[in-house]
Design a protein around this ligand. Structure first.
Ligand SMILES: Nc1ncnc2c1ncn2[C@@H]1O[C@H](COP(=O)(O)OP(=O)(O)OP(=O)(O)O)[C@@H](O)[C@H]1O
Length: 316
């Protein structure tokens, strides 16, 4: 698959010296939905703003469709649509004029066919003559997307499209995003929600403290994230796994503890049977410790900051 956006060693320091991006390198593939996941202040908005040329990079480069965002700004920018986090619409303007105006800002000739297509795509056609103030919050968010699509961009950036939105509206938004992908638009969205990335992304990138910590296919990521290890420490360390307990999921640690790997999303983890079998072998438990894969640790630390339940104390 062709890369539509190429980001190389992108750094951004704000006035005062704060480094919001510490060298981000990332290729975005044409036609994909990429979710950028990270906590508040991670640098997601800074990254998007820099790619869109709203913020100037301190160093590094960004090319969109082969056009450098600095030296070939107009060509690069015309390929990008940006949906900002905040709703910044003129309340008394009519929906259709709001969207027409956005197209004009890109120096493109008026094209009511395109505007109609976009408004229909976002289920706003029957609201085209309404004033913005007459719309619900969900509709206003859709107008923001319509504005961003008014000049036929190839790449759409959505900055936290579902922040503070209820479950129904979030699902509507996911459907809209899926529809845009089907229409051939490459989509990059930022989010705080793992579930959101899980629901719609093809690939997931994790940003923390200005660094891109990983980018991976969602399916592979989710498979890895489900893995967890249970360490069963015994009063007397073992030298081998007892014959009656032998299984592919069980191995011995260097300290003579049993390490059991299981899938947290499986209907049955097998932990109860394992503990029963250990008791039947006459082995006495000293402690139980659970560990998530390093990836899940990253997620847990990032997304639920300060909440890292890694010990299953007294679980015997
Ligand atoms: N104009 C600015 N001047 C100085 N510092 C800024 C500016 N804009 C952002 N920052 C800082 O850069 C860091 C990254 O901010 P950014 O908005 O990119 O994070 P984010 O990941 O989008 O967060 P959120 O999820 O809260 O929107 C933060 O520490 C923020 O305070």
């Amino acid at each position: 698959m062709r890369n539509i956006v190429e980001i190389k060693d992108l750094k951004k320091s704000y006035k005062g010296g704060f480094q919001a991006l510490k060298g981000v390198t990332l290729d975005i593939r044409e036609g994909e939905i990429l979710a950028l996941l990270g906590p508040n202040g991670a640098g997601k908005t800074t990254l998007i703003s820099t790619i869109c040329g709203i913020t100037t990079a301190s160093s590094g480069s960004v090319a969109v469709g082969g056009h450098d965002i600095t030296s070939d700004y107009r060509a690069a920018r015309s390929m990008i649509g940006l949906v900002p986090q905040e709703i910044n619409l003129e309340p008394f303007e009519r929906v259709i004029n709001t969207v027409r105006f956005s197209r004009g800002l890109f120096g493109k000739a008026g094209d009511d066919g395109t505007i109609e297509k976009v408004l229909r795509q976002l289920s706003l056609w029957d609201k085209k003559d309404n004033q913005i103030r007459e719309l619900s919050g969900g509709m206003k968010r859709r107008v923001l997307i319509a504005k961003a699509l008014s000049h036929d961009p190839r790449v759409l950036f959505l900055d936290e499209p579902t922040a503070g939105v209820d479950v129904e509206l979030r699902k509507d938004m996911w459907e809209i995003v899926a529809g845009l992908k089907a229409a051939g638009v490459t989509i990059i969205l930022t989010t705080h929600y793992i579930e959101e990335a899980e629901a719609i992304a093809d690939r997931v990138g994790v940003i923390a403290k200005g660094e891109l910590m990983l980018v991976e296919d969602k399916d592979k990521l989710m498979a890895r994230m489900g893995q967890k290890e249970l360490e069963v420490q015994l009063s007397t360390p073992l030298t081998e796994v007892p014959a009656a307990l032998q299984s592919d999921a069980l191995r011995l640690s260097d300290e003579g503890a049993l390490i059991y790997t299981y899938d947290t999303r499986a209907e049955r983890t097998g932990i109860t049977s394992l503990l029963a079998a250990i008791a039947q072998e006459g082995l006495t438990l000293r402690d139980l410790v659970t560990r998530q894969s390093s990836l899940e640790e990253i997620f847990v630390n990032l997304v639920h900051e300060g909440d890292t339940p890694t010990h299953a104390e007294g679980a015997a």
